[in-house]
Design a protein. Structure first.
Length: 276
């Protein structure tokens, strides 16, 4: 299957806003550029009218122009190497690619090869969840990562001592990429499944569930997370803005999930809740 590449030129403050909005339209990979960003979507999901409508909504606030082209399905390693630098989270978590030098002075090292998957640690949502994971005891816990992308958060859970990690995503590439990254980090997942969480028929309950998705999906799936979570278990959420936090908390409260802590980074929220 071919992909559509959208090369977007926009003002820097709107880069994150537009990538979040395009995530709602099924764009599943983004590469930051000097003039804006590149976005990728499978050809069968691409709607040019939908894209134009989105950009028209923001043209009153910022300058936007774009180019699009069809590209074959590719492995994004080469492109990633051009743009990717290692990151350090709270001076404890070092996230790098295979072509970067290892730095054993840090307590946790995660190796990621992203292909077309979200979750390198650079985005504010992933960065915050990695930091928040350090604050909850993962030892001997069963962990489920929903919308796993690269699998980075499940890998972090394993490095924090989880007895079992599992992952789900709706995209074939993400499932494939998660498996590759689990292997790179010597993590053996319980399973990596493709599908929407409510239709996968999961029977087990989990001590920790992590979901870094978008607001609409989270609001739709919070009830499912609550069902799959053990009493006193922890739910980590991100993928939404500060302006969306009230409606997220309203929904979690309905399902006996109490806020433990939230952080913000460039208007994005990272949230920990506990089932009570």
């Amino acid at each position: 299957m071919d992909f559509i590449q959208i090369n977007v030129h926009c003002d820097p403050p709107f880069r994150d806003i537009l990538t979040a909005e395009m995530g709602y339209l099924a764009y599943d990979s983004f590469v930051e550029t000097e003039v804006g960003f590149e976005a990728y979507i499978s050809e069968d999901k691409f709607s040019h009218p939908g894209l134009q409508s989105l950009f028209n909504d923001y043209r009153k606030q910022t300058r936007i122009w774009y180019e699009l082209k069809k590209i074959p399905k590719v492995n994004w390693n080469e492109e990633w190497e051009k743009n990717y630098n290692p990151i350090l989270v709270d001076d404890k978590i070092y996230v790098r690619a295979t072509f970067h030098e290892a730095k054993p002075m840090y307590p946790y090292e995660i190796i990621i090869t992203p292909k077309m998957s979200f979750g390198t640690g650079h985005h504010e949502t992933t960065h915050q969840l990695l930091a928040l994971q350090l604050e909850v005891d993962h030892k001997e816990k069963k962990v489920l990562d929903v919308g796993s992308g690269t699998g980075i958060l499940a890998i972090m859970a394993a490095k924090l001592g989880a007895s079992s990690v599992a992952a789900t995503d709706i995209d074939d590439w993400c499932v494939e990429n998660s498996l590759e990254n689990f292997a790179l980090n010597a993590v053996e997942p319980a399973f990596v499944e493709k599908g929407v969480i409510r239709t996968l028929g999961l029977k087990d309950q989990y001590d920790i569930i992590i979901a870094n998705i978008n607001t609409n999906v989270l609001l739709d799936e919070i009830a499912v997370y609550a069902t799959l979570l053990v009493d006193q278990g922890y739910l980590f959420l991100s993928g939404f803005y500060e302006t969306d936090l009230p409606q997220i908390l309203e929904m979690t409260t309905k399902h006996n999930l109490k806020e433990v802590k939230h952080t913000t980074r460039k208007n994005w929220v990272g949230l920990i809740l506990q089932k009570v």
